[in-house]
Design a protein around this ligand. Structure first.
Ligand SMILES: NC(=O)C1=CN([C@@H]2O[C@H](COP(=O)(O)OP(=O)(O)OC[C@H]3O[C@@H](n4cnc5c(N)ncnc54)[C@H](O)[C@@H]3O)[C@@H](O)[C@H]2O)C=CC1
Ligand SMILES: O=C(O)[C@@H]1CCC=N1
Length: 265
């Protein structure tokens, strides 16, 4: 019996497994990925045995991660529904799929954890939010489920009604942060800095700034003010960012991601 069974190991499944492998052994995992090239790569790189079929995987795993794209969820749930037993816990990671829909496909008594992780799980700095279905979980299962997500970063338990709103802020946001880092590095390169140095300066500054917010618990505006010397350089950059609608671009972008999340389920 495997502890963790993954249906699909792409970007997100891989990040979660890499995080989980730090506190579990290879024998605790199996997976099924429709792409044989992907399956071979995962087997050779991570030393995890693939299962022959989704059905075999589900039958032999306690925690079943549905780590395929939202568009494939329905077909996958249809294929596995008759193999789900009361002891299983199905973990969803797709945006927009609510418990009601998942239970409609897998059976109303299926125990479901709806989650939204993010790819920094790969380096143990993930941010996940989870919701437990309204079913029976033993104390040790609750502890184990929390520890799964805590093994690759931070975790918050939230109400399902907030799930769609977290997608843009923690699920998708690494993409915009990488765009910001890339843009800052491009600017550095245009001013003559070597590319690698520019990436390091931009990334470490993002990491350090995030840590400042988390560890000092100061208002981000206060931290920004502390960087802006009167008549100095930073306020010139801040002025241009305001002129170009930086904040409203971020807010509007996140509203677009939210709206798409609502449509996916
Ligand atoms: N990539 C990200 O940053 C995040 C992704 N998610 C969610 O995670 C899920 C997976 O996303 P990614 O890993 O980015 O996608 P991906 O496309 O990188 O990986 C999906 C994997 O599923 C496999 N697959 C496709 N059809 C299959 C089937 N019928 N049976 C078994 N395997 C199949 C593919 O070969 C691929 O390896 C999605 O629902 C996505 O919304 C959630 C949070 C963050
Ligand atoms: O783009 C997506 O749909 C997924 C969900 C959050 C991050 N990636």
């Amino acid at each position: 019996m495997y502890k963790f069974g993954f249906i699909g190991i792409g970007n997100m499944g891989y990040s979660i497994i890499k995080g989980l492998m730090k506190s579990n052994s290879n024998e605790d995992f199996s997976f099924y990925d429709i792409s044989s090239a992907r399956a071979e790569l995962i087997e050779s790189e991570l030393g995890i045995a693939p299962s022959k079929s989704m059905e075999e995987l589900v039958s032999n795993s306690k925690y079943v991660f549905l780590a395929v794209k939202p568009q494939i969820y329905r077909v996958v749930m249809d294929s596995i529904k008759s193999y789900i037993k009361p002891d299983h816990v199905v973990i969803t990671i797709a945006p927009g799929f609510d418990m009601e829909t998942v239970k409609m496909y897998l059976g109303s008594s299926t125990r479901v954890i709806r989650s939204m992780p993010n790819t920094p799980a790969l380096v143990g700095e993930g941010m996940s939010v989870i919701t437990f279905s309204d079913d029976e979980y033993s104390d040790s299962e609750v502890k184990e489920i929390k520890s799964i997500f805590l093994s690759f970063g931070e975790m918050e338990i939230i109400d399902e009604s907030q799930m769609n709103a977290v997608v843009p802020i923690s699920g998708s946001s690494p993409a915009y942060v990488y765009m910001f880092i890339e843009a800052m590095a491009d600017a550095g390169v245009s001013m003559g800095l070597p590319r690698n140095l520019a990436y390091k300066l931009a990334s470490q500054s993002v990491l350090g700034s995030a840590k400042m917010v988390l560890e000092t618990e100061s208002h981000p505006g206060e931290l920004k003010d502390a960087v802006c010397s009167p008549g100095g350089t930073t306020i010139e950059a801040v002025t241009v960012l305001e002129e170009r609608g930086f904040r409203s671009a971020v807010i509007e972008a996140m509203k677009a991601a939210y709206s798409k999340t609502q449509k996916l389920g």
